[in-house]
Design a protein around this ligand. Structure first.
Ligand code: FES
Length: 191
């Protein structure tokens, strides 16, 4: 059994403009292709690849292997979460064997964020996952969650804040369940 109290390794980077040109031959083609998407800001891709090559981290090897073996059974799903206000991105290797049972739905994005010890300053959850606010709203711009179709209650709650205009990618992170597809998630800055 995993020690639930052990703090998972944190991978966090600042978004910054960089002239960095990555060495494609050293990255999984599937990973490069995942990031080459019009909904993923260029600064996110460049900052992330810069981080992989220039920080002393095991993440490049882990993700290269993951994306090269997408058809095989993986025990985790990568979550790439960008906070627009903080200009930060975190990468969570969501362990599907031990989905968090709260806050919100079992195995939710918000649950994995909290399990990785990222708090309210990174992703708000005013009602603690009770589906009675919209503070945990995110945009899942790439990848399909396990519950791709949202319930009416979630849809309704996404519209209660006049400052927040939902898009086709909008979800409540406490209601959105991580599946076996990697997800690119944006925490938008409103107002
Ligand atoms: S935290 Fe309130 S609906 Fe998700």
């Amino acid at each position: 059994m995993e020690d639930q109290l052990t703090k998972p390794k944190q991978y966090k980077l600042s978004l910054k403009h960089t002239q960095y040109v990555y060495d494609e031959s050293d990255l999984s083609l599937q990973m490069v292709s995942f990031f080459e998407d019009k909904h993923i800001p260029e600064i996110v891709k460049l900052s992330f690849f810069d981080f992989l090559f220039n920080q002393d981290t095991d993440l490049k090897d882990i993700l290269n292997h993951y994306f090269d073996h997408l058809d095989e059974t993986a025990t985790f799903t990568p979550l790439f979460i960008v906070n627009e206000r903080l200009q930060e991105m975190v990468v969570i290797l969501a362990d599907l064997r031990f989905p968090p049972d709260q806050p919100g739905e079992y195995g939710s994005i918000l649950g994995f964020v909290r399990k990785s010890f990222y708090g309210e300053e990174f992703l708000c959850s005013d009602c603690s996952g009770q589906l009675s606010c919209s503070s945990c709203a995110v945009e899942v711009v790439k990848g399909k969650p396990s519950n791709f179709e949202m319930r009416d209650e979630e849809y309704d709650m996404l519209s209660i804040d006049p400052e927040m205009i939902p898009t086709a990618f909008s979800r409540l992170s406490c209601q959105t369940i991580v599946g076996d597809e990697p997800l690119m998630i944006l925490i938008k800055q409103y107002g």
